[in-house]
Ligand binder design. Structure first.
Ligand code: FE
Length: 142
């Protein structure tokens, strides 16, 4: 699913295998390393991605899948816990063949080419989440 190299006491560089799903691969890596809190950044290329948009007027997520080759111009995310389970919050910006960008909250994306990530763990730290009824967002719980 991925190859990795530890680059600091608390940080890793990952190369995801071709055609894997990004969120699943990051979750598997966090489980392998016991990472309960941290940050993620990366780039790469995908052939399919599903984005979410939170509509503030309904507090509901609207999902849309794009099936085309795109460059991940930025993937930013964080790692926390919700209800005792790993919780990834990922956002993505991706560029199309015509060089315009689309993006959103990332639900899933399938690599087609490469995906290179930097994962920084916060050792000994656990950050939770709670469902905030006012925003519809699972906010950090400190
Ligand atoms: Fe989000």
């Amino acid at each position: 699913m991925y190859k990795y190299k530890q680059v600091k006491d608390n940080a890793f560089v990952l190369s995801l295998d071709n055609h894997v799903e990004v969120a699943a691969a990051i979750a598997a890596f966090c489980a392998e390393k016991g990472i309960l809190a941290g940050n993620i950044m990366g780039l790469g290329a995908v052939s399919e991605a599903t984005f979410r948009f939170l509509d503030p007027s309904t507090l509901k997520y609207v999902d849309k899948t794009f099936t085309e080759q795109m460059e991940i111009t930025n993937l930013t995310g964080n790692i926390s816990q919700k209800d005792g389970k790993p919780y990834l919050h990922l956002h993505i910006t991706a560029s199309r063949r015509d060089y315009t960008c689309i993006g959103g909250h990332l639900l899933s994306a399938y690599i087609n080419g490469a995906c290179e990530l930097y994962v920084e763990a916060f050792p000994g730290v656990e950050i939770g989440r709670y469902a905030d009824p006012d925003t519809g967002i699972n906010l950090y719980k400190f």
